[in-house]
Design a protein. Structure first.
Length: 190
């Protein structure tokens, strides 16, 4: 397996807090890094305040709901019902892609089964909205994460850097085996 050097710097715009901004969030960002109890509580309050402010002026608030999903997941609340409600509430492909990617990242952070399916669905929905660099960054990230063993029981959440490092080691140990990530992608070659 080729060693992917995924330079990953997590800044505010690439974290869950980036969902609070009024502009469109980056689909190539990683929103699944674990939050401290303090950060999770502060983000949840901020999301609720922002949601109320947006509702008062009839502004879109899907991102606030996604941030609440992130905070609830990080607070060990079962979010499957909230995820299903957000699936039904998504107004367009971008919102569906954001939801699938974020939910997949949350599951992947705990190495839970189903994560790869959500990441693949989100990638397929996001593909047309991504710049070429973001497209290939997401594709390589998902290919590498596919090496991680997933289970029904969640493990302790890990940040993206730790997940990628572990996946790279597993990939090196399985050198020569087929990459388990089976997402067909449309690149410049075919």
């Amino acid at each position: 397996m080729p060693s992917y050097q995924l330079k990953q710097t997590v800044t505010d715009r690439e974290s869950a807090a980036g969902l609070l901004r009024g502009q469109r969030p980056l689909l190539s960002a990683w929103y699944g890094n674990p939050l401290s109890r303090y950060s999770e509580a502060n983000l949840l309050v901020a999301a609720q305040c922002e949601l109320q402010a947006r509702l008062r002026v009839a502004a879109p608030c899907f991102q606030c709901h996604v941030l609440q999903l992130v905070c609830n997941f990080q607070g060990h609340v079962d979010v499957r019902l909230k995820y299903e409600k957000l699936q039904a509430a998504a107004r367009d492909t971008f919102e569906r892609a954001l939801l699938e990617l974020v939910y997949g990242q949350l599951l992947m952070s705990c190495k839970q089964a189903g994560a790869l399916r959500h990441l693949a669905d989100g990638f397929a929905l996001a593909a047309h909205d991504l710049a070429s660099a973001d497209y290939f960054q997401l594709l390589r990230r998902h290919e590498l994460l596919a090496y991680l063993p997933l289970s029904d029981a969640p493990s302790l959440p890990q940040n993206l850097g730790s997940l990628l490092a572990e996946a790279a080691v597993i990939g090196q140990l399985q050198a020569g085996e087929v990459i388990p990530y089976q997402q067909t992608h449309m690149d410049t070659v075919g």
